[in-house]
Design a protein. Structure first.
Length: 146
């Protein structure tokens, strides 16, 4: 294969690893408890097929406490933009299957970036965080867009 096709294959492989989030075991545990994962929460918010993820390949750069050997897909947060009822909205959702959604330097930078993009675009932003006791589909707060 050529250099370009090798790079494309590498990116596709990396994307597959990121989309697996914290792993099948962690995703299954969330499903069993009736909770949606970060990407599912964003899918329920945005109009079908309109969400565009940002900074999918960003990862932490911590080298303390043995963290250099720890892989945290997308650094534990999914950020992006899309349409809600045809209007542009920016959002992020912390991934509790990856290190329990703990906040790190790069995750904070991704969140600040998507909030800054929303501000520059004059569009709302939304934190799709699953709260304790929330019932997906019933307790959802509507996005109010003027």
């Amino acid at each position: 294969m050529g250099v370009t096709s090798d790079k494309i294959q590498e990116l596709m492989s990396r994307e597959k690893a990121v989309m697996a989030m914290g792993g099948e075991k962690a995703l299954e545990k969330r499903r069993e408890s009736g909770k949606l994962n970060a990407r599912e929460r964003l899918d329920t918010l945005f109009d079908k097929g309109s969400f565009r993820e940002l900074d999918m390949f960003v990862t932490h750069r911590c080298t303390n406490f043995g963290m250099e050997d720890v892989d945290i897909p997308a650094d534990g947060v999914v950020t992006g933009h899309g349409r809600v009822d045809g209007r542009t909205v920016f959002a992020y959702a912390q991934d509790f299957t990856s290190r329990a959604g703990s906040l790190g330097e790069m995750q904070a930078k991704k969140i600040c970036k998507v909030m800054d993009m929303a501000l520059k675009a004059g569009a709302p932003h939304r934190n799709e965080r699953f709260r304790r006791g929330q019932n997906p589909g019933r307790d959802r707060c509507p996005v109010r867009i003027r």
